[in-house]
Ligand binder design. Structure first.
Ligand code: ATP
Length: 460
């Protein structure tokens, strides 16, 4: 049998909890010795993926291999992995030494070997001299070090870490991040790390796996993910971004925010709608002058420790975030400039909502599990299967769920400089996308309505 180059192979893995799809066809290969971070917002499925690798849960579909061996049905204690959880889960009645030695004692390891291994693990986590301390007398950071020592003492091939630093304060978290990185280098084993903190992911990882709603969005090095986000979700989630609707006019020319810019992108075609991403640190800000591509007024200026973060309302009605070492106070008129290389153009995932539906009668069409009123349709008969299109701006959201033809929950909000682009998960299970100037929050329950004249119908 040919030996695999990867220590972990996750192949076509899905996980369902009843109707809920927590993971949807995940494919991920991890190289031996790699530090891989699974990053995404709460509920995206990170922990579920880690638990499947650890063996605490079983896959609904697909398989997982470790060192080339299929382990999907192997119980956790027989897998060559150890897990460190967010809550340290130490035994309060045992001291530091006995907590770390626990697994080795279960395996009936000889005493002198236990002694040697525990001491070496304590050294690795910087806790020499703490072995006889009561775990309750330790700080959060020290307890987490003991939890890590307890995991590495078993010499696993893979260390799985589920938000291990989430309970620590910022200073301790930063210190521990550096220590974890050093530990990873010294141990030479594979780390799979789960976090929702993008800065932590950028600091620690060789490879970042960005997830959203049970799916992998992008896999890449921290630099790739930061500099070349594959879509607006990744751009929004990693670092601060200005994300705007644009039009690729032709090769190396893109229009957005009411201006045509030179860029380096090619091959999109002509007059194609695109998403444009510009990092706030890539926008030059200065007193108004001819070189400016955009002009506007600063509406807020906050000192962020090293740089100033400013919001600029442009004369064309777009709000842009700008970071600079110099402050331009609120109320000041400014000019802005972006260099071609700093404009990131991304293909739009979609330009309008499209659904499969069925004609009920001349004035009604069913889609998303509901009956919507539409304008009379020539040449389309009752019972015909149809394709329904609705522009993002024509979806109306209502505070009261009962007021809508159907209802849903706001589950992703993207600010696009002059409006919000929302993803609303409908109760039917499919998402609907909405452009609005109204301010909604993640998790808001909404009614959804579409006027008959805004429903475009084409026979399939
Ligand atoms: P967080 O950062 O909040 O822990 P996560 O990205 O780790 O989030 P998961 O814990 O993997 O997310 O959960 C993914 C989805 O699956 C969520 O919608 C969650 O509610 C659901 N889920 C997880 N475990 C179960 C379970 N045992 N039963 C039902 N649903 C579950």
């Amino acid at each position: 049998m040919q030996k695999s180059n990867y220590i972990i192979e996750v192949q076509n893995v899905s996980k369902h909890f009843g109707d809920k799809i927590a993971l949807d066809n995940i494919n991920l290969n991890v190289k031996k010795g790699e530090f891989v971070t699974i990053l995404g917002p709460s509920g995206c499925g990170k922990t579920t993926l880690l638990r499947l690798i650890a063996g605490f849960q079983t896959t609904s579909e697909g398989q997982i291999k470790i060192s080339g061996n299929e382990i999907t049905q192997t119980p956790p204690h027989l897998r060559p992995v150890n897990t460190v959880f967010q809550k340290y889960a130490l035994f309060p009645h045992l001291n530091v030494f006995d907590n770390i030695a626990f697994g080795l004692k279960l395996k009936k390891t000889p005493e002198p070997v236990i002694e040697k291994k525990v001491k070496s693990a304590l050294k690795m986590v910087g806790m020499t001299d703490y072995e006889y301390r009561d775990v309750d007398s330790l700080s959060g950071g020290q307890q987490q070090r003991v939890a890590i020592a307890r995991a590495i003492v078993n010499e696993p091939e893979v260390l799985l870490l589920d938000e291990p630093l989430a309970a620590l304060d910022l200073k301790m978290r930063k210190d521990m991040q550096m220590e974890l990185k050093e530990m990873h280098q010294k141990l030479g084993i594979t780390f799979v790390y789960v976090t929702h903190d993008q800065e932590e992911a950028l600091t620690l990882s060789d490879t970042i796996v960005v997830m959203s709603e049970g799916r992998i969005q992008q896999i890449g090095t921290p630099m790739d993910i930061y500099n070349e986000p594959i879509n607006s979700f990744v751009a929004d989630f990693i670092g601060e971004s200005n994300i705007l609707n644009g039009t690729m006019v032709k090769d190396e020319k893109v229009a957005f925010a009411g201006h045509e810019f030179d860029c380096v992108d090619k091959g999109f075609g002509e007059n194609v709608p695109v998403d444009v991403v510009i990092r706030p640190e890539d926008i030059y800000i200065f007193d108004p002058q001819d070189a400016a591509q955009l002009n506007g007024v600063v509406t807020s200026c906050i000192f962020k420790g090293v740089h100033f973060e400013m919001l600029v309302q442009t004369d064309q009605g777009y709000e842009l975030m700008v970071q600079d070492y110099h402050s331009f106070e609120a109320g000041r008129r400014v000019g802005l400039l972006v260099k071609p290389f700093d404009i990131h153009v991304m293909k739009k995932e979609r330009t309008c909502n499209t659904f499969e539906g069925e004609m009920i009668d001349a004035n009604h069409v069913e889609f998303l599990g509901e009956k919507f009123e539409c304008l009379p349709q020539d040449g389309i008969e009752s019972g015909d299967k149809v394709n329904v299109e609705v522009d993002f701006k024509n979806v109306i959201l209502q505070d009261n769920e009962e007021d809508g033809v159907l209802s849903g929950d706001v589950n992703f909000i993207l600010y696009k400089g002059n409006h919000y682009h929302l993803t609303v998960g409908t109760d039917y299970g499919e998402d609907i996308y909405v452009d609005t100037n109204d301010v909604w929050d993640n998790g808001d329950c909404v009614g959804i309505t579409i006027s008959p004249e805004h429903i475009r119908i084409n026979k399939l």
